[in-house]
Design a protein around this ligand. Structure first.
Ligand code: ATP
Ligand code: MG
Length: 181
């Protein structure tokens, strides 16, 4: 268990959603994780969708004893009809998220790209809401990814939509090390 003042811990327990088509959802959650880790909170990020290549955040998190990132999800986008295997991976990742949240070991748990998994029909939003409803007290949760379903938006306490105004991808700038990954 983390050794933080009880007053800090007892204010936690809200649910954030970072969604929309503009850049900044995963990076906002990492920024929050960085802030929380600095205050001694135990931070866990479970990634539902990350290609296998090395991400800068995986390297950074290794510098913090109280910031853990687990890339457990799919390594590819899903087209209209999901494959059995994709559903299984998403379900297993949700089960792991449940186990980690319910263990009470973490103060802040970030479910990165979980919204995509719901909008692609790999996960049922009602199941995710059910997991959140049953969680122990004083655990702050962040759900990131495009297309947050309405059930999730309704359940959350804080919802931010990143609006796409411009993205350099549209003028041919590919993902850059240290900025996009
Ligand atoms: P980031 O990880 O940079 O905060 P994000 O989490 O908001 O981005 P995702 O939808 O998870 O965005 O995007 C996956 C990848 O595509 C990331 O490398 C991200 O930087 C990049 N990206 C985000 N928005 C756009 C966009 N509008 N057009 C092209 N690429 C984008
Ligand atoms: Mg993201």
């Amino acid at each position: 268990m983390s050794d933080i003042p009880i007053e800090t811990k007892k204010e936690l327990g809200l649910v954030h959603v970072y969604t929309g088509n503009g850049k900044g959802k995963t990076t906002a959650s990492l920024g929050l994780g960085f802030r929380a880790a600095g205050r001694g909170l135990e931070v866990l990020m479970i990634q539902f969708l990350k290609p296998p290549e090395n991400y800068g955040e995986h390297v950074s998190a290794e510098r913090f004893p109280n910031f853990t990132i687990l890339p457990l999800g799919l390594d590819h986008m899903v087209s209209k009809v999901p494959k059995e295997r994709d559903i299984k991976v998403a379900q297993d990742t949700l089960q792991r998220a449940r186990d980690e949240i319910y263990s009470g070991k973490y103060d802040l748990v970030i479910l990165d790209e979980v919204n995509n998994a719901m909008s692609w029909k790999l996960l049922d939003p009602a199941e995710v809401v059910g997991m959140l409803e049953g969680r122990p007290a004083n655990i702050e949760i962040v759900l990131t990814g495009r297309g947050a379903p309405k059930e999730i938006v309704e359940y959350a306490d804080l919802v931010t939509e990143m609006t796409l105004v411009k993205h350099p991808f549209d003028k041919g700038v590919r993902a850059r090390k240290g900025i996009e990954y």
